[in-house]
Design a protein around this ligand. Structure first.
Ligand code: PLP
Length: 317
C-alpha cells in the first residue's frame, strides 16, 4: 500500500530498494524485495524496481578501509539520476534479518538525496518498530524522518494481527483513491491491541528499559567476542543483536556447522533463537524480558559458544 501511495503522491511509479531486503510475501512485496529466492518461479512481477547494495558493515560488497558506509547511500543518487522516474526509496532503517545497522551519516545522506530528487523515503519498521530499537521507531535513532512509515508485528503486541502505514499530514491526499479496501483493514480488535501496546510501552517505561538492556547486552557480547575466536562480529541496537560466527577471523568464512551446534546446544538448555544466513545468531528477546532472564539467556549462549570452541578445536584468542 505504501508503494501505491508513493505513486499517487509523486506520479512516478518506479521504486528503489536494497538487495537482500525483505518487505513481505505478496506479489508487489516480493517484486521490490531483494531476496531472489522469493521471486523464483513467480511472476509476472511488478515492473519498475531498481535495487542498490545495502550498507553492510562486516562483509559489504564495497568495503572501505575506514569502515565508512556513506558511499552505499551515494549509489542511490546514481540510480535516481541514471534511471529517472523514481518515486520512492524503500528500506528498513536497521535490517532485522541478519541485523545490519548502518551509520547515522548513511541515513542522513539518504534523506538528503531523497529530498533533493523529490523521492519519498519509505521506512519499513515492521519487525523493529514499537520499541525494539530503544526508540518508538528505529529511524529516530538516526535523527531523520521518513515520508511513509510501515509498522506491524509489535504494533499488536506481537500477538494480534494489525499493521499501519503512517504518513506526514501533507500526504493525506488519497481520499478519492482506492489504495486499500482489505477485509481486515480497520480491525477493531487489532486497534484495541495497538492502543493497549502503546499504553503498556509508555506506562512500563519500556524504551528506557530497552536502552539499559541494550548497553548491558552490548558489553556482554563484546566481552564474548574478545574471548571466543568463533565470534567474528557483534552488531545490534536496542534488543536486536546479531552475532556472526566465523571459522577464521581473517577470511571471515561463515561457520555454518558451529552455528547449528550453538543453536541445538542452546535449545537443549531452554534458549531459542533464529539463525540468519546460516551463521548469524539473532537474539531478539521480548521487550518485557527481565534482567535475570537476560543474564540466564546470555549465560546459556556463552556456555554453548564455549563448548563449540572446544568441540571444533578453536585456539583461544
Ligand atoms: C522487514 C519486513 N517487512 C515486511 C514484512 C512483512 O510483514 P507482513 O507479513 O505483515 O506483510 C516482514 C515480515 O517478516 C519484515 O520482516
Amino acid at each position: 500500500m505504501a508503494l501505491k501511495l508513493a505513486r499517487h503522491i509523486t506520479g512516478n511509479f518506479k521504486v528503489v530498494s536494497l538487495w537482500d531486503s525483505f518487505h513481505g510475501a505478496s506479489l508487489d512485496a516480493i517484486s521490490v524485495g531483494g531476496e531472489a529466492c522469493f521471486r523464483e518461479g513467480m511472476g509476472p512481477l511488478m515492473a519498475g524496481v531498481e535495487r542498490i547494495p545495502p550498507a553492510i558493515s562486516y562483509r559489504g560488497a564495497f568495503p572501505r578501509d575506514d569502515g565508512s558506509d556513506v558511499h552505499y547511500a551515494d549509489y542511490l543518487e546514481y540510480v535516481i539520476e541514471k534511471e529517472g522516474g523514481i518515486g520512492a526509496f524503500i528500506a528498513e532503517s536497521v535490517r532485522n534479518t541478519d541485523v545490519q545497522v548502518p551509520s547515522k551519516a548513511y541515513w542522513k545522506r539518504i534523506r538528503e538525496i531523497c529530498d533533493k530528487h523529490n523521492v519519498l523515503l519509505i521506512i519499513d519498521d515492521i519487525p523493529n518498530g514499537m520499541g525494539r530499537s530503544g526508540e518508538w521507531f528505529t529511524y529516530q535513532a538516526y535523527d531523520i524522518e521518513p515520508d511513509i512509515l510501515c509498522i506491524g508485528k509489535g504494533l499488536g503486541g506481537g500477538i494480534m494481527p494489525i499493521a499501519a502505514m503512517v504518513t506526514k499530514d501533507k500526504y493525506n491526499t488519497a481520499a478519492q483513491v482506492s489504495l486499500g479496501h482489505y477485509t481486515h483493514e480497520k480491525s477493531p480488535l487489532g486497534c484495541a491491541a495497538a492502543l493497549g501496546t502503546i499504553e503498556a510501552i509508555e506506562q512500563g517505561g519500556f524504551l528506557d528499559k530497552v536502552n539499559a538492556d541494550s548497553q548491558f547486552v552490548r558489553e556482554e557480547l563484546e566481552r564474548m567476542k574478545a574471548t571466543y575466536p568463533v565470534i567474528g562480529d557483534v552488531r545490534g541496537i536496542g534488543l536486536l543483536w546479531g552475532i556472526e560466527l566465523v571459522t577464521d577471523q581473517r577470511s571471515k568464512a561463515r561457520a555454518y556447522a558451529e552455528a547449528e551446534s550453538v543453536l541445538y546446544e542452546c535449545l537443549n538448555q531452554g534458549l531459542s533463537f533464529k539463525v540468519s544466513q546460516g551463521n548469524v545468531i539473532q537474539l531478539s528477546p521480548p521487550l518485557i524480558i527481565s534482567r535475570d532472564e537476560l543474564c540466564r539467556a546470555l549465560n546459556i549462549f556463552e556456555s554453548a559458544i564455549s563448548k563449540v570452541c572446544r568441540d571444533y578445536k578453536y585456539s583461544s584468542i
